[in-house]
Design a protein around this ligand. Structure first.
Ligand code: DAH
Length: 346
């Protein structure tokens, strides 16, 4: 009897293996597990057997039954999956497919850098202001001691906006630096004031690995009584320490900008060679990152501030170079190519 049960089981499983649709599966179930099946007959006849045999055959039969039921269930799951996939092809819904992933957005590396720089300055008491990208010649140049014919204009090839006045002047442009906001701020906000001004700036230049006609700058301005060059150095030193790291060396040198007097330039120790000199820093060991200085008395005067009473410091830097230096990105155009493979890394 036990021998027969074993054969029954093997036969049933072999047949089950060959089945590939639910209809055949149902007739298999009726045949092997149904009321009139061999197995049911064996289980029913147990009562007629002598006790010893009843125990052994009962246990064996139940074991076979459990095995067949288990295999049936597994087979059914497999076949239902296949059926769902087939009906999905006909336009049905396949509930076994994974759900739609929700793509998460993230901030552009330039935006992240602007936020980070602004955070550092706001923690030192600066306020963040923004201003127009389409600007008057007056705020971008004239008010900053850069009259027409001044050589400083040559260093900032300007994109002019087609707007002609009666006298034939074309006084409108795309701002070439965020310094254009400095006089606007001084006109509106009474000192003492401390602001940083991040934003887009434009220059009439061809694109290459280190230039794009649109890029980003952030300017800073502090005006009040008794502000000195020491305040400027202290502020920028603290910024460099927080942004580039505690032990990065900083260097200040004299420089010229028409709207500050005296003017200075700040450089940080090269991140690639650590000051030894390499291609990135042009073998100098230093990377210039910003211009700065004490606000020119004439600029204060234009805002109606008495330079005998008030003084101020200012600084301005390019933003795009910061993540380039930090992550070793060698082509600025990657920021503006909208290539998600690049952008997703930040
Ligand atoms: N505007 C200058 C530039 O684009 C940078 C600059 C230099 C800004 C000195 C300042 C400053 O505010 O004080 O090259």
């Amino acid at each position: 009897m036990l021998q027969e049960l074993e054969e029954l089981k093997l036969n049933a499983l072999r047949e089950l293996d060959a089945i590939n649709n639910l209809k055949e599966l149902e007739s298999w179930r009726v045949r092997y597990l149904g009321r009139k099946s061999e197995l049911t007959r064996v289980l029913r006849s147990l009562a007629t057997l002598p006790l010893a045999e009843r125990k052994a055959v009962g246990a064996g039969a139940n074991e076979v039954k459990a095995k067949l039921e288990d295999s049936l269930e597994q087979k059914e799951q497999v076949l239902r999956g296949v059926q769902l996939a087939a009906s999905a092809e006909e336009g049905g819904i396949d509930i076994t497919l994974p759900g739609h992933p929700f793509p998460t957005g993230r901030l552009h590396p330039i935006t992240q850098t602007i936020y980070e720089i602004c955070d550092i300055f706001t923690s030192m008491g600066f306020q963040v202001v923004e201003g127009p990208e389409v600007e008057w010649d007056y705020y971008n140049f004239e008010a900053l001691n850069i009259p027409e014919e001044h050589p400083a204009r040559d260093t900032m090839s300007t994109l002019w906006v087609d707007f002609e006045t009666d006298s034939g002047e074309r006084p409108m442009l795309l701002r070439t630096h965020t310094t254009s906001m400095q006089l606007r701020v001084m006109e509106k906000m009474p000192p003492p004031l401390r602001v940083v001004i991040p934003g887009r700036v434009y220059r009439y230049e061809a694109s290459d690995a280190t230039h794009t006609p649109m890029f980003h700058q952030i300017d800073g301005l502090a005006v009040g009584k008794g502000i000195t060059m020491a305040d400027l150095k202290g502020t920028l030193y603290e910024f460099a320490r927080r942004f580039f790291g505690e032990d990065r060396k900083v260097r200040f040198r004299c420089d010229y900008f028409p709207f500050v007097e005296p003017g200075a330039e700040m450089a940080i120790e090269c991140s690639v060679c650590g000051g030894k000199g390499c291609r990135l820093c042009g073998n100098t060991g230093w990377i210039e990152i910003l211009g700065a200085g004490m606000t020119h008395p004439q600029v204060l005067q234009r805002a109606g501030l008495d330079p005998e009473v008030y003084s101020g410091f200012a600084f301005g830097m390019g933003i795009d170079r910061m993540p380039m230096l930090r992550y070793g990105i060698d082509d600025i155009r990657l920021f503006y190519s909208s290539d998600l493979r690049f952008l997703r890394q930040f």
